[in-house]
Design a protein around this ligand. Structure first.
Ligand SMILES: [Zn+2]
Length: 387
């Protein structure tokens, strides 16, 4: 095996390395699939990447189906349509293939093919997950084609309840895909702005997990190295999309972020979730813009651990200010704007955004318990670029 190729069994079975998509049929068989349903984004459906993958499975004797009727922020209706396609095709497993939306929708379909209750009965509240008929869940192989959400190693899906205009988290421990392929060749076609925004989402996952106040040293260790990988490889992946080493390390950093945030997220995501729902803005881009404002608002609570992080990252400028300045310089070098106003968001709904942020599940992981007014003020600062 080459230096950037490995098989890991934590947090799930992961095959990482260039070209390893070719092992997909074998992995499907390992999970008992004869007739998998490949679920992907509509934007990818007709691309060679997806067509070749379906052909690869069919050539290996699998009855592979294709379902791509999913929108950017997948809805309960998208999941229902996927379940119907799964049943109509007589499938026995799911290949989750694409960006975060496709992976989330596919994981939810795999959950729902064996349930009698409606999807929303499994929202991540209390012990709702114990209502799941585990035996009915379909096995999943996950193949991310972006490096940011880390949904391939997550135990939940974010699905929009279109009737109520809210994003809900659907959770079950076994929604963690049984097998993951991290193949950097599938990400080389991502344009620089998407590479940058999704990569900053991976950074925000590692960073918010590190800063969350809960006791979870395993997650902290992962988060610190995940941040280093983003520092060393995101600029390279944006500058040269065909840099396989950088693409590999960013896929791994993305999986590390989602592994680490079992420890919690924080204020960036507490604000990015309502802003995504209200303004339909890109999730990673929102986190990237919000990052320095949230860091600064949390300064007192996180200064010690950020100072430790800076020593590990070997930044030229020490301490909290060194880290903040590194974030600002990284954002600028990636072409990410400094203020939310630059992506068409104004502060007319600041009170509503603040109220939604404080209710968001991610708010519980922020090291400072901001109230709705404080979130509204943070949001106003981010709109106007007042750091
Ligand atoms: Zn995120």
């Amino acid at each position: 095996m080459s230096a950037l190729q490995a098989n890991w069994n934590y947090p799930t079975a992961i095959r990482t390395g260039a070209g390893r998509i070719r092992e997909l049929p074998e992995l499907c068989r390992n999970l008992g699939m004869r007739s998998p349903l490949l679920i992907t984004d509509p934007g990818l459906k007709s691309l060679p990447m997806v067509q070749d993958t379906v052909a690869l499975c069919r050539d290996a004797g699998l009855q592979c189906g294709l379902f791509a009727d999913i929108q950017g922020n997948p809805t309960g209706e998208n999941v229902e349509a996927g379940v119907a396609a799964y049943r109509a095709g007589g499938h026995d497993g799911v290949i989750a293939f694409g960006g975060g939306s496709a992976l989330d929708a596919a994981k939810a379909v795999a959950l729902m093919v064996g349930q009698d209750r409606p999807l929303w009965d499994f929202e991540d509240v209390g012990d709702n997950w114990t209502r799941v008929n585990e035996a009915g869940m379909a096995p999943v192989v996950a193949v991310p084609t972006t490096a940011g959400t880390g949904s391939e190693v997550g135990r939940a899906s974010v699905i929009t309840d279109a009737a109520k205009h809210v994003k809900k988290i659907i959770f079950h421990p076994r929604m963690l895909p049984a097998l993951v392929i991290l193949d950097p060749e599938l990400t080389v076609g991502l344009p620089p702005p998407i590479t940058a925004a999704t990569g900053m989402d991976a950074l925000s996952h590692n960073l918010e997990a590190l800063c969350s106040p809960f006791y979870h040293p395993l997650a902290e260790g992962i988060a610190v190295e995940g941040i280093r990988l983003v520092k060393d490889y995101l600029p390279r992946a944006v500058a040269d999309g065909a840099d396989i080493e950088a693409r590999t390390q960013m896929l791994v950093a993305s999986s590390m972020g989602a592994t680490a945030f079992q420890k919690g997220l924080g204020g960036m995501h507490a604000l990015a979730h309502p802003l995504g729902a209200l303004y339909n803005a890109h999730h990673g881009l929102l986190n990237a813009i919000l990052m320095p404002y949230v860091l600064k608002a949390n300064r007192e609570a996180i200064e010690e651990r950020i100072t430790r992080l800076v020593r590990y990252l070997d930044l030229s400028e020490p301490g909290f200010d060194g880290f903040l300045n590194w974030v600002l310089a990284l954002r600028e070098s990636l072409g990410i704007p400094h203020a939310l106003s630059a992506i068409g968001i104004n502060d007319s709904d600041a009170e509503r955004v603040g109220a939604m942020a404080v209710e968001d599940p991610s708010a519980g992981g922020n090291p400072v318990a901001f109230d709705a007014g404080q979130y509204a003020e943070l949001f106003r600062n981010a709109v106007h670029g007042r750091l």
